[in-house]
Design a protein around this ligand. Structure first.
Ligand code: IPM
Ligand code: MG
Length: 367
């Protein structure tokens, strides 16, 4: 466990769509919990994504990246929207997020998926199948198909074509696999490495390295699986998994798949970590432009991301657990935003959900 800090700086990039609404909720929880746990937090707001393209011509300026590098953590909302979807545009809002991840060296994206009993009725899976699901997806975040070069439009045999590159260096695979083992050690001691060994050279390469490293962790039950087979097994047996480590794109797909088990993607937090002091926390969901401004967004994914921030960046596990327990309690008390509301539920807006959570956060125990 890292030493707990006394004063921290958090860069807050709200982004687009519902980003500002959920980030306001996260920022409020951050403020409240910091004061309960004696942590001095300075929050600085910075532009990112579509709004930044409109104002500065690019989705993440050098200044914002530098501020993020100087901060102890970044809290990110979500980026994107139809007005920035023009395929001819020079930049996409998403490139702002990618620049931050890469620039901060955050190669490990950790996405815990916990199904809350109170939301079992909202899961697309039957309660007896999904009850008790508690897994962590460790997604490689700064390599693979997202970042490999070349990445371009070109002409092939006189015809327009496009290329992305799936490339991994040995060191990149090693460090993410080790990260997976670290998480498995801290949890139930099981690690699954997911690849496309039967088709991709990178899949073979990944599996060889992961298997080799697994010998250094005799206490961890290690296994491997093909990505397509795992996508099926994940919905059939969601409670079977502990920690899953995988390539960037596979992790993107699989975490959305696992995310909906909880009833809504609006429940899923994430932490992006590296070997350095930097970290970024963001909900897994997108900017949901269709409901932006409606006060209907579910703030829980962002609030749970703030919990991860307390645990992983500030060394305050007790504060993190206090937030997670408050969320559980709020759900048990029946508070529901639209995305997780069943018939006859206690429907609340973003702000009331946030207030309900804050009212349930306990301060440090005195013993
Ligand atoms: C995610 C998102 C991002 C990704 C986008 C916004 C760049 O889908 O965090 O899963 O594809 O990684
Ligand atoms: Mg995604």
């Amino acid at each position: 466990m890292e030493k707990s800090l006394k004063a921290v700086q958090v860069v807050v990039t709200a982004g687009d769509g519902i980003g500002p609404e959920v980030v306001a909720a996260g920022a409020q929880v951050l403020e409240e919990v910091a004061s309960l746990y004696d942590l001095q937090v300075t929050q600085v707001e910075r532009p990112l994504g579509g709004g930044s393209i409109d104002k500065f011509g690019e989705p993440c300026t050098d200044e914002v990246l530098q501020d993020a590098l100087d901060a102890d953590a970044v809290l990110l909302g979500a980026v994107g929207g139809p007005q920035w979807d023009d395929p001819q545009a020079r930049f996409t809002p998403e490139e702002g997020v990618l620049r931050l991840r890469e620039g901060l060296g955050l190669y490990a994206n950790v996405r815990p998926v916990r199904v809350h009993d109170a939301l079992l009725g909202r899961s697309p899976l039957r309660p007896e199948v999904v009850r008790g699901t508690d897994l962590v997806i460790v997604r490689e975040l700064t390599g693979g198909l997202y970042f490999g070069r070349p990445k371009e439009l070109r002409t092939v045999d006189g015809e327009p074509a496009a290329v992305d590159t799936l490339l991994y260096r040995r060191s990149e695979v090693e460090r993410i696999v080790r990260h997976g083992f670290k998480w498995a050690s801290a949890r139930r001691g099981r690690l699954l490495s997911v690849d496309k060994f039967n088709v991709l050279v990178t899949g073979r390469f990944w599996r060889d390295i992961a298997t080799e490293i697994s010998r250094q962790y005799p206490d961890i039950e290690f296994s491997t699986m093909l990505a397509d087979a795992f996508a099926a097994a994940l919905v059939q047996r969601p409670t079977d998994w502990d920690v899953v480590v995988t390539e960037n794109t596979f992790g993107d797909f699989l975490s959305d798949e696992a995310g909906v088990f909880t009833g809504s993607l609006g429940m899923l937090p994430s932490a992006s970590l590296g070997d350095g002091p930097h970290a970024l926390y963001e909900p897994v969901h997108g900017s949901a432009p269709d409901i932006a401004g409606d006060h209907a967004a579910n703030p829980l994914a962002t609030i749970l991301s703030v919990a991860l921030m307390f645990r992983h960046s500030f060394g305050l596990s007790q504060a993190a657990t206090a937030i997670e327990s408050a969320v559980e309690w709020t759900l048990n008390d029946g508070f529901r935003t639209r995305d997780i509301a069943e018939e006859g539920a206690r429907l609340v807006d973003t702000q009331s959900m946030t207030a309900a959570v804050i009212a349930r956060i306990e301060g440090p125990s005195t013993n």
